[in-house]
Design a protein around this ligand. Sequence first.
Ligand code: MG
Length: 258
Amino acid sequence: MISIKTQQEIEIMRKAGRITANARKLAGDMVKPGVTTREIDEAVHDYILSQGATPSFLGYGGFPGSACISVNDVVIHGIPGELVIQEGDIVSVDVGAYWHGFHGDCAATFAAGTIDEESRKLIRVTRESFFAGIQFARRGCRVSDISHAVQEYVEANGFSVVRDFVGHGVGEKLHEEPEVPNFGKPGRGPRLMPGMVIAVEPMVNAGTFEVRVMADRWTTRTADGRRAAHYENTLLITEGEPEILTVTEGPTNEYIQV
Ligand code: MG
């Protein structure tokens, strides 16, 4: 059952989304050589609490941080800790905030100092694949129309999409139906209807799509040790263009920046 949000619930989700997007921006601004992933996590934690929200990820399935912070070949679910970010690293930050009964969920990959050309392209293509995908986040399209568009865009640019983890519905729970894969044939899966809220989140690897989950049961690395990037927003299906809910306040569209 895919929930259809009411106007009132959508208003709450806009606010939850804004807090989440602000937390992502705050984290991204902190990505610099010499900073530990724990410092970023603590800043995200404190910011979310300061907004009267709670970090969606903290304690979720036992996850020990407020943000997933994934460096270089870590695709997703990196646990914040003593790791010191180095010049040239790429750092993916995934955050969620729960406000008045609803979640927001978003992610992006940020550069620490100057990064190599391939990493730059990887971050760009990952972000662009999200926008290629959400051209199909419209009334009447099927979920896998998004999936297919993401995969096509990524593979046309010489990278691969992760199969083992997927996007998802968002609402009163962080992960709801439907699953939103980043691969597959078009024309499959549920039909999208106004009032549905989904997180579209391409996870893109420079090399093989295969990943390995480490012994800590969270940290997910590329199988070949090459780098990965992640980009995610929570969005509302409307009668027209999808509305991205994880946007920051102010005149700039921070969600499209990295
Ligand atoms: Mg997500």
